[in-house]
Write a protein that binds this ligand. Structure first.
Ligand code: MLT
Length: 393
């Protein structure tokens, strides 16, 4: 028996598990101190009433012999896939319901999709970025090249002709920096991928935060993207499904390599290894994208956007450099007086009880930076920024 030695190359803990561990030991040390959680990007507002209502009736259906449902289609029920198509259409993107795959979330699919690719591919990953991309490829033993996202390129790296890659990860609006590509910028990435026959894995989990015209909500706004890109999205941040679990991945029919359809490969993979998302959750997701549901989730998004504004305003007043917070629930700041973001994390927690995420956890170029999430509840955000003001003014 041989274990997968690639696991020894990983940090001991996944970033957010490590943060949770540190917070737990802080609370054990100071049981009376308040912890203001703005670390993991987890939503705090309850599910929309339309979602609850739909899930309630789905539960009722499951309790009656005439309407009970067993295994569903692995790809997701058509009622939900059609709703997702309508949602895409609302911002000018046309996808076929048979190109959509419903799953338990973008994170799982982002890891699972690697089943389709040979180990012998070179992977291009922006640094800093959501740690799942690098970790899942390290587990598989793939060669990774990092592309620097820095203050000077606005944390939006563009392709370089000198670098070749087979699999390219893009996350926009970006986790952790909040930077978001314009459709024009994505055209460059699509051109670069097509010239190399590379595949872009595009993480659009935060697309619903885009407000600015010209900023892309989907890579499929770019002509030719369906021949080179797979898009991952989720109900987690858009509709508060982090605990409920539902996401969707688009693998277009046009995406083929050596005559083989990646969409058909993914269908084969999912039908073999996945039994679908629960009927009840899919009914909830369908309701989230109904007219009524969309209005209700828009209200929640407004609350998070306002939180982001409160964070940005407080940092601006304190003269702390930051970016993000627009088109994104994340605010990315320069650690005041610290170059080591993990030390800053410890210091901030110790002095204020505020939990953020150290930029270094997202890659080398994230060192010296720190991420705050606007998904916390309003009181937490206000208190946290007051504490910031006390310590840093
Ligand atoms: C984050 O905090 O980066 C995200 O919540 C993690 C995730 O979505 O898995």
């Amino acid at each position: 028996m041989k274990i997968n030695e690639n696991y020894t190359l990983l940090q001991e803990n996944y970033l957010f598990s490590e943060i949770a561990r540190k917070v737990k030991s802080f609370s054990e040390k100071y049981p009376d101190r308040e912890v203001l959680k703005m670390g993991i990007g987890d939503v705090t507002l309850p599910l929309a009433p339309a979602v609850i209502e739909a899930m309630r009736s789905a539960v009722e259906e499951m309790g009656k012999a005439e309407t009970f449902r067993g295994y569903g289609p692995e790809q997701g029920y058509m009622f939900l896939r059609e709703r997702i198509c309508n949602y895409y259409r609302s911002f000018g993107v046309y996808v076929d319901a048979d190109e959509i795959f419903v799953s338990d979330g973008a994170k799982s699919d982002l890891g699972n999709i690697l089943d389709l690719f040979d180990k012998d591919n070179t992977v291009l990953i922006p640094d800093p970025v959501y740690p799942v991309y690098a970790d899942t490829n390290k587990m598989a033993g793939r060669k990774i090249i990092y592309i620097a996202a820095t203050q000077s390129n606005g944390f939006l790296p563009m392709p370089s002709e000198k670098t070749d890659a087979d699999i390219i990860y893009l996350c926009s609006p970006n986790n952790p920096t909040g930077a978001a590509y314009s459709t024009e910028q994505l055209k460059e990435w699509v051109r670069y991928a097509r010239e190399r026959d590379a595949v872009i894995l595009y993480d659009a989990a935060y697309e619903s935060f885009v407000e600015e015209k010209g900023i892309a909500r989907s890579i499929y706004l770019v002509e030719g993207a369906k021949e080179c890109a797979i898009e991952f999205c989720s109900f987690s941040k858009t509709a508060g499904f982090t605990g409920l679990r539902c996401g969707y991945t688009v693998v277009p029919f046009a995406l083929k390599r050596k005559g083989v359809s990646l969409r058909n490969m993914w269908l084969r993979r999912q039908t073999t290894k996945f039994n679908g998302v629960s009927y009840i959750v899919q009914r909830g997701a369908e309701a989230a994208f109904s007219d009524e549901g969309l209005k209700q989730i828009a209200k929640n998004l407004l609350v998070y956007r306002k939180n982001a504004k409160i964070i940005c305003e407080a940092l601006r007043k304190l003269g702390i450099w930051y970016t993000g917070g627009e088109n994104s629930p994340y605010v990315w700041l320069k650690c005041p007086n610290f170059s080591d973001s993990f030390l800053f994390f410890d210091e901030l927690l110790e002095k204020t009880g505020v939990v953020g995420t150290p930029g270094g956890g997202f890659g080398q170029n994230g060192e010296g930076f720190f991420r705050l999430t606007a998904f916390a509840d309003r009181k937490t955000v206000q208190k946290a920024m007051e504490k910031f003001a006390k310590v840093f003014s």
